[in-house]
Every structure is written in C-alpha cells, then in structure tokens.
Design a protein around this ligand. Structure first.
Ligand code: F6P
Length: 739
C-alpha cells in the first residue's frame, strides 16, 4: 500500500502545482481586467460629473453643487464624491462620504499638479477604496479637482472566489483520481499479485500440488503468471526429488542430517504424529516498533535449537506469551502461525500474571534453579512463595497442554528446560499414553551441589515422569543419576542408563544440542556488516563475543583477559578491537541489573586505560541482535570468545563455526561449556585465568592460516555431522522406540 500512496501523493503534488500555476495566472489576468474596468468606469463617471458641477463650482453655488454630488453618489459601488479647490482644500463632498477619506488630499493635489487623471488605492478600516481624481479647468487653467471614491473590495472577493473554486475542483479531482487509482490497483494489480504470491508461497511450502488454476491472474499479468507456473512445477519436481533423496539417505547412516531428512524420518518413523513442544521462552515475541507489530526471535540457545526442528516437523509449540504485542496477533485460542513470513507450525501462548512471572520466572527459575545448576559462585535464593508460583505455573502449562492433546492418541511431547521440571509427571498423571521427552538445557550439577535445594525431591520426581530425560553431556547424565540415587527411592539400571521410580522407567540420554548447519562446502565471501560500518571499527584484527548479559557467560573474566592481553602485548594496541554484543536478559532480577552495570563499568575502565586517538579496545553494545545482523560479524572476526564460567552447551560457539565457510577464524572456548566436549580444536581455556585467556588471544591472532583452516575444518565437520536435525531425530527416535 505504501508505494501506491506515494504514487498518488506524487501525482497529486504535480497536479496541485500545475493547478496552482494556472490559478495564479488566471487571477493575475482577472485582477488586471477588473482594475481596468474600475478605472474606465470611474474615469467616465468623473468626466460626466465634471461637466455637471463646473457651472455651480464657478458660480460658487454650493447648494446646487451639493445637489449634483448627492445625486451621483447613490450609484452602485460608489462610496462618495468630493470637490477640492486648487489649493487642495475640500470644497464639497457627497453626504455620508467618511471624513477620513477627504482629510488628506494627496491624490487630487497630484492630479492638479500634473494636470492629469490620477488614481490609487487606499484603505478605510478594512475596506479597500479606489480614489480617482480629475482636474477641473477654466480656460485651460486648473481651478480644482473632482474626486471619486469607489469601493474596490469586490476585486479581492472575486479573486479569492476564483482561488476557492479552483481548490475545490482540485480536491474533488484528487479524490476521484485517488479512488480510481486505488480501485484500478486493487483489481488489476494488487489482487492478482496477492493471488500469485499466495500460490508461490503454497508451492514453496509444499502445500500446492501444482494446480495451474492458482496462477490465474488478470490478463495483464498472464505472461508472468505463465512463467511462475513453470517455475513452480520445476520446484515441485525438485522437492519430490529432494524428498526421495532424503528418504534414501535415511538408510545411509553417515550422510548428514538436513531439514528434509528430518521430515522424511518423521514421516517414516513417527507416521506424521504431531509434536508438542513446551517451553517458557517463545520462539517469536511480537513487539510494537514505530506503530508496527514485528516478531523478534529472542536470544536463547533453546530457541536456536528447537526452532529449525519445528519448522521442519510442524506441530504446536506452547510457550509464555511475553512480547508486549503478543496478544494483538493471536486468534481466539491464543494461537498464531509462525514463522510470521511463512507459517510452518503453531505457537500457542500462555499468559502469566505479574505475580506469576515474579515468583516462577524471576524468582524460582532465575534466582534459585539457574545459580543452583551453574557453578558460577552465585548463591541460589530459595523462597517458599517462588516455589508456590513455580508449581502453579507448571500446573497452568499442564492444563493448557492437556486441553490441546485431549483427542490425540499417544501425543509426542517435548518439554524444554528447568522451567518445567514438574510438568512431565503432571502430564503423565492425566495421560499415561503420552510419550514425554524432557530436555534439560543447562548443566546438571553434582549430587552434593543439588542437595541444597529444599524441594529437590519434588523436582526430581516431577522430572522422572518423562520417558526420556536428556542432557547435553554424559557428565550431566551421570550427575543426574547420582542425584536421583541420593534423593529419591528408585531403581537405577546403569547398563540401560535408566531409572525406575514408582513403576515408571525414565531413560537418561546425553544428546548435545546443536545448530541447523547442513552445508560444509560452499565458500561464500564474507558479507559486509552494516553494524561494523556504523561503529567505524577499522582495526586489523577483530575479536567478537555474543552473549546474553548473564553472569554465567564470564564476560567480566573475558574483559580482564583482554586487559591482560594488551598489558602483555602492547603492540596490538590500535591493531585489535574486541566487540561485545550483549543482549539484555532477565532485567527484573537484581543480580542481572548489577551484572549489566559491572560489564559497562569494566569496559569503560579498560577503554580509559588503553584508548588512544579514535581507537577503543572494547566496543560494548547492549542490544538484542538478529541472526542476520550477527552473521557478518562472525564472518569478519579473527577470533570469537566464549568464556562461560558454566554453560550447558553454548550454541554461539557452534554458530560461529557454522558461519565460517572460509574455514578461517579461531574459537576461544571455555572448558566449562558443554561445547568444549565436542569442539576440541578450539583454543580451550580456563576463563578464571586472565593469563590463559590473554595467551589464547595472542595465539589466535598469530595463528597461521593453514593451522586455522585445519582446526576450523575439523570443527565444522563435527558440527555438521551432529547438527540440530540429528539431535531432534535421535531424541524423537529414543522416545518413539519405547513403544
Ligand atoms: O540455556 C538455558 C536457557 O533456557 C536457554 O533457552 C537460553 O540460552 C537461556 O536460558 C535463555 O534464558 P531466558 O529464556 O530466561 O531469556
């Protein structure tokens, strides 16, 4: 609609300019004609008046003179008449001629001095008056002047009438024109385009089965429609071939997993059963940005992993509706199709009250469970009221999910993360036929560390409702088995890695999450980063960190490592810039507010210590960035730093590797991330040691290209081979194989 409005705007502006031009000329001509007419009429009147009053003026017969003046003065638009003697003094006036007009006699004097007719405009109050004077003669000698006062307002009135008439005409024409353009646009252009776009969308998403009718368009577009129809048929053929290939690949164990292969796997092994994902964080949050509602993907490893899987398999994703404009886009069942541009699955939003968010999310999830499971030396806070809200919210999600699966036989349910530890048991209690998988996205601590939680037994029993319980690493699985053994009466089978509790068996599995990386071959050139250009970073070397502003990410330790690096290697000053992209996170939680301020303060301190000319060693940007914005940054970086103090997996590390089609760049990776178990060719560091971090930066920046390529190649192979499609397939296989 915007381009159409601009088109109408441009046309109306041009037409208006033309109309204004013409009207201006027209009123100029009109004014000249009216003035000429006024002068002519006044001149004629003055001449005939002169003849009539000369005798009485000469004989000084004032009574007769007055009579003549009053008789003439009654005419239309004539305000009055006056006679001046040759000294410029008023001799006689018609009755009712306002005195202000005759008090100065400049025009009659001018006429007498020049011995010619003189006319000019003057104002009486607001009214415009035309004053015309003609000399009176006796034997060629000027003996006085006759002055005529005409009302001249009608000239301006006539001109403004012309303007008004033309403007109304312009408005009507513009309105009719806009209406005509909109109607033509809608019928001839917009509707056929929308129909064609919908047909293309359906073909692209595999919904259309090549029905040529969907490409029916106005004859105006028929050549394009014909081409699109052909393209769509080719696409359908290609799709069929790809899906056939994916089906064949299912049998080949060593071929990489792709979205297509996962789809085929889903059809073949799960017979297209519907998947239900439950998580706290939603994959898309709708925000109001400048009067427009836009969907944003949050900074979340869980979303990065699950979203491509849901795009491939379809299904329903139940999550907390936390976006400020979320309610505006859902239907009456609180559902919306996503991704917004091309919906492939359904997002169902669950609404939480402020009190629920405070107790369940900010309190129990982020102040109790998060620090309990991440060994980052932040003390967990256990509040009874937070626990109450946590239980309540788990119950609320359970009810919402149970309503969805009411008529679904053996639904496949994938519960995500520490927000819903109680959910598996709640679902199983009502629906024992449901197959419930539970993925814990954060580390599972040692049994001793977990034992400080006052509600450990309830949490573990809730989790043991799941049929498959998965963690990123074998170590977390071991810790979990040990914790259950210590806290809950149960039977552990160390061979099958399962726990039987109250007659139900849960299988514990290490399943490292990953990213949707499928293609390791294409060497695409690094795209330009508008952000880098905006920031004006021009140093030879660039380091990058991409994190949520979370104390577990080791950002402060990273900054200290960078400081130490410049202390040890001052030659890198003005040669190396570190760009920290930090997405604000959990801002209602005090610890996170403090942490955000600490990061800012520390960056400033380091900048003050080393900055010179236009160079600052640390560029900190506290803002959520899209994957599209981050990708060119990964590609420009010489080194990516992941220095978490404790991290379930860390998908930033894998995203960085997936982006490097050029097989260049170095990853510095904390030994306390799940990712460090797989990415052995990264420079593995202990983030608590500033010296180790500094040394790793130095090693990364001086690493020969060949060495970078060797390491990156291996890491890319590993991420490609165990990408998120494989993760999902293994998770689903583990779940479905139980029945
Ligand atoms: O890693 C655990 C996790 O739940 C992931 O989804 C994500 O990385 C992060 O925490 C997001 O936190 P939140 O959803 O609280 O913003």
């Amino acid at each position: 609609m915007k381009p159409l409005l601009s088109l109408i705007g441009v046309v109306i502006t041009i037409v208006s300019l033309v109309v204004f031009g013409f009207t201006y000329r027209q009123v100029q001509e009109q004014r000249t004609a009216l003035l000429d007419d006024l002068e002519r009429r006044t001149g004629l009147l003055a001449d005939s008046l002169k003849e009539s009053i000369r005798p009485s003026y000469l004989s000084n017969d004032t009574a007769r003179l007055q009579n003549v003046l009053d008789k003439f003065a009654g005419r239309e638009r004539l305000l009055g008449l006056a006679v001046f003697d040759n000294k410029g003094s008023l001799f006689a006036t018609s009755a009712e001629l306002p005195q202000e007009l005759t008090s100065g006699a400049s025009i009659p004097e001018k006429a007498m001095d020049a011995d010619s007719n003189e006319g000019d405009f003057t104002f009486l109050s607001e009214s415009k008056i035309y004053v015309f004077a003609t000399p009176l003669h006796q034997d060629e000698k000027v003996i006085g002047a006759v002055t005529v006062y005409q009302r001249a307002d009608y000239i301006d009135d006539a001109i403004s009438q012309t303007w008004k008439r033309n403007l109304v005409r312009l408005l009507t024409q513009s309105l009719l024109f806009s209406l005509a353009v909109i109607l033509i646009f809608r019928w001839i252009i917009y509707q056929p385009i929308i129909r064609m776009a919908e047909a293309i969308r359906q073909t692209r998403s595999g919904l259309a089965k090549g029905d040529p009718d969907v490409f029916k368009a106005h004859s105006f577009f028929s050549p394009i429609a014909a081409e699109i129809r052909k393209m769509s048929q080719s696409l359908l053929l290609a799709r069929t071939a790809a899906s056939e290939e994916a089906r064949l690949r299912l049998e080949k164990i060593d071929s990489p997993w792709t979205a297509e292969r996962l789809k085929e796997f889903f059809k073949a092994y799960l017979k297209d059963r519907k998947i239900y994902v439950v998580s706290n964080r939603e994959p898309y949050a709708h925000k109001k940005i400048k009067n427009e509602i836009r969907a944003e993907m949050p900074a979340s490893g869980m979303v990065t992993a699950l979203e491509p899987v849901m795009e491939a398999c379809g299904g329903l994703w139940l999550a907390h509706g936390s976006g400020e404009a979320d309610r505006f886009v859902v239907d009456k069942d609180d559902k919306v199709g996503v991704p917004p541009d091309e919906p492939k699955y359904t997002l169902k939003r669950v609404w939480l009250s402020e009190q629920e968010v405070k107790g369940y999310y900010n309190g129990f999830c982020n102040e109790a469970l998060w620090p309990l499971c991440h060994l980052a030396h932040t003390r967990p806070i256990f509040r009874q009221e937070d626990w109450t809200e946590y239980r309540k919210v788990n119950g609320k999600f359970a009810q919402s999910l149970l309503a969805e699966i009411k008529r679904v036989h053996r639904p496949l349910i994938l519960v995500q993360d520490y927000h819903f530890a109680l959910l598996p048991a709640m679902i199983k209690a009502s629906r024992p036929d449901a197959e419930v998988g539970f993925f814990w996205h954060i580390p599972w601590p040692s049994a001793e560390a977990f034992s400080i939680c006052p509600w450990r037994k309830e949490i573990l029993e809730g989790m043991l409702g799941a049929d498959v319980l998965a963690f990123h690493t074998q170590q977390y699985c071991n810790n979990f088995m040990e914790t259950v053994g210590k806290e809950v009466e149960s039977l552990a089978d160390l061979e099958k890695f399962s726990i039987t509790h109250k007659g139900h068996t849960s299988y514990i599995k290490p399943l490292p999450t990953s990213v949707a990386f499928t293609n390791g071959e294409t060497k695409t050139p690094a795209p330009k980063s508008p952000l880098m250009e905006k920031l004006g970073i021009e140093t030879k070397y660039l380091g990058i960190g991409v994190d949520r502003l979370d104390y577990t990410k080791g950002i402060l330790e990273r900054l200290r490592g960078i400081e130490f690096f410049f202390d040890l290697h001052p030659a890198y000053k003005r040669q190396f810039t570190f760009l920290q992209i930090a997405a604000p996170s959990r801002e209602q939680v005090a610890k996170y507010q403090e942490f955000s301020e600490d990061v800012e303060r520390e960056s400033e301190r380091i900048n003050r210590k080393f900055e010179s000319d236009n160079w600052r060693p640390v560029v900190l940007i506290k803002k959520l960035h899209t994957h599209e914005e981050i990708y060119p940054l990964y590609r420009s970086a010489n080194v990516c730093m992941v220095t978490s103090l404790s991290d379930g997996m860390n998908l930033v590390a894998k995203e960085f590797i997936a982006s490097r089609t050029d097989e260049a760049g170095v990853l510095i990776l904390s030994q306390f991330t799940g990712a460090s178990r797989e990415l052995k060719e990264a420079l593995i560091i202990n983030p608590y040691s500033a010296e180790e971090t500094a040394e790793a930066i130095s090693k990364a920046l001086s690493m020969p290209q060949a060495e970078q390529r060797r390491r990156m190649k291996k890491m890319r192979e590993s991420v490609k081979n165990y990408n998120v499609y494989r993760w999902a397939a293994e998770f689903l296989k583990a779940l479905a194989s139980l029945s």
